[in-house]
Design a protein. Structure first.
Length: 181
């Protein structure tokens, strides 16, 4: 698949030749334009699953930078675009069940919560930012890790965070059902 569909690959800044594991990025050409972050994330999850790659690299907001000091660069001069249909995952496969997030990922999330007020009483004006934050945490980390991060950051607020997460899960399921039809 890499030989056929890969466009280029290069080692990352984290790559250390002395270690047993290689750290590199691979660019794969697709047969059509990706129109949404949800579609992008689904495709990336399928590639992560296929190549047993880092599961934390699937969010659509992540940026990748080249490495001008890359030692091993590979370029395919005649790549064949990969059909997106080959990468569609079922909804059960889309979110990995047991991702072990690094302490750095969790620390970044916890530090971000210091800048955003948790939900307070009705009429306090904190709801819009708080609900967007919870949606972001939930879509990135999943339910259990979101609860752990919110608890560790002491960011519970006064809104019953578990009920909010239940509502987000229900909304996501309804959205998926709507888009299947």
């Amino acid at each position: 698949m890499i030989q056929k569909h890969g466009c280029f690959a290069y080692t990352t800044h984290s790559h250390k030749p002395s270690e047993e594991k290689d750290y590199f990025r691979l660019a794969i050409g697709l047969d059509k334009k990706i129109d949404s972050s949800k579609e992008y994330e689904s495709i990336i999850r399928a590639l992560i699953k296929r190549f047993n790659s880092d599961p934390a690299c699937c969010d659509a907001t992540r940026m990748y930078f080249g490495n001008s000091e890359s030692k091993d660069t590979w370029i395919n001069k005649t790549p064949i675009p990969l059909p997106i249909e080959d990468l569609v995952l079922s909804s059960d496969e889309q979110r990995p069940k047991n991702i072990s997030w690094s302490q750095r990922d969790r620390d970044v999330a916890i530090n971000c919560l210091k800048w955003i007020q948790p939900r307070e009483e009705k009429g306090s004006g904190t709801y819009p930012d708080a609900i967007k934050t919870v949606f972001g945490l939930m879509n990135t980390f999943g339910r259990e890790e979101t609860l752990a991060i919110v608890a560790e950051a002491n960011w519970d607020g006064k809104w019953g965070i578990e009920k909010v997460l239940d509502g987000i899960e229900m909304t996501n399921q309804l959205y998926e059902i709507k888009n299947i039809k």
